[in-house]
Design a protein around this ligand. Structure first.
Ligand code: PBG
Length: 335
């Protein structure tokens, strides 16, 4: 048994021999992180010449559309394959139905048109969910005090078509409504967008780690301490994640996502091993903040903590990672 696992006994076998030098360690490495694994989420705001800091996310900015090309230039030069776009919608454009999500001139659409023109080889992911656009901060529309599934689907379809028409390559629904993948696939195909992809936030948990993001897009105040537990998953569950993924794949998802990332590496591994499909993880805002807060206190080393956290996703079987560290990690990887 032990022999078949390659486990000889000490002292004939000394596992430290493989770790002796940099070149042996490189040779023996089981996983590798590359720039090709990174998706960079960015925040877009209204106005001209605008850049604003996000208090809980040191080093992450919201930028206005006219500043986007400059903001993204380095990422493009480094070869980061794709961006994920998120809007910080001004409060006066929010309403109970998230109407702004279907406006062909909303922030995402304007950003998409600029980015496609300036960086035609860079992939664009469009997040589909109503929360950046609703005055109550929920991902869907509310009927009788409940985030209504089927009415929300219609809004998500309109939002996704709006993004596809503006050039978004991959629609990435983060709303956790049932049946959204089928509804989106059908609507995209009906309008001829057969090559617009679907990366589903399939296993998305009701998590405390989204806090800084909600500040970044201005949805936390709107949510007024409410939670998303009737649609996002219970952190206690893992079989349910497989069921969610199975549904989304059956409905036509091209790839799936697990979110948050670091506290859910077990889910990444199970999804990858069960379905053998491209599996992504979102290292969310709170995970970034947690590392950056420790770095700022001098408690951990920025580069090493960043790279170690990203390698964890590769070890868990992920094809790629949505991470606010994308540019800094790519710079390190390119040496
Ligand atoms: C919107 C959405 C959220 C995130 C991505 N898309 C927040 C939420 O569901 O409340 C979180 C990303 C992050 O925390 O970095 N549905």
């Amino acid at each position: 048994m032990t022999a078949s696992l390659g486990l000889g006994a000490f002292p004939n076998t000394r596992l430290r021999r493989n770790r002796l030098t940099p070149w042996t360690r490189r040779l023996m490495a089981e996983n590798a992180l590359s720039v090709d694994d990174l998706i960079w989420p960015i925040f877009i705001m209204e106005g001209e010449g605008q850049e604003s800091d996000i208090a809980a996310m040191p080093g992450v900015k919201r930028v206005s559309v006219d500043r986007l090309a400059a903001h993204v230039e380095a990422a493009a030069q480094l070869g980061i394959p794709a961006l994920a776009l998120f809007p910080a919608t001004p409060p006066d454009l929010k309403d109970a139905e998230g109407t702004e999500s279907a406006n062909p001139d909303n922030l995402i659409c304007r950003a998409s048109r600029v980015l496609k023109r300036e960086f035609p080889d860079m992939g664009l992911l469009g997040d589909v969910a109503l929360d950046p656009y609703t005055d109550h901060g929920h991902d869907g529309v509310i009927r009788d005090g409940y985030v209504a599934n089927d009415e929300t689907l219609e809004k998500l379809v309109a939002q996704a078509l709006n993004q596809a028409r503006a050039g978004i390559d991959i629609i990435s629904p983060s709303d956790m409504m049932d049946g959204r993948i089928a509804a989106l696939r059908q609507a995209l195909d009906a309008e001829g967008f057969i090559n617009v992809g679907l990366m589903s936030y399939a296993a998305k948990y009701a998590s405390a780690f989204y806090g800084p993001f909600r500040d970044a897009v201005g949805s936390s105040g709107a949510l007024r301490g409410g939670d998303k537990k009737t649609y996002q998953m219970d952190p206690a569950n893992t079989d349910e994640a497989l069921r969610e993924v199975a549904h989304d794949l059956a409905e036509g998802a091209d790839s799936v996502m697990v979110k948050p990332g670091m506290p859910y590496l077990d889910i990444c591994r199970r999804v990858h091993e069960t379905f053998h499909v491209p599996t992504f993880a979102y290292q969310v805002s709170g995970e970034y903040s947690m590392i950056m807060a420790s770095v700022e206190r001098g408690w951990i080393d920025h580069d090493r903590a960043m790279m170690e956290s990203l390698m964890g996703f590769k070890r868990a079987g992920c094809s790629g990672i949505l991470t606010y560290f994308a540019v800094k990690a790519a710079q390190l990887l390119r040496g």
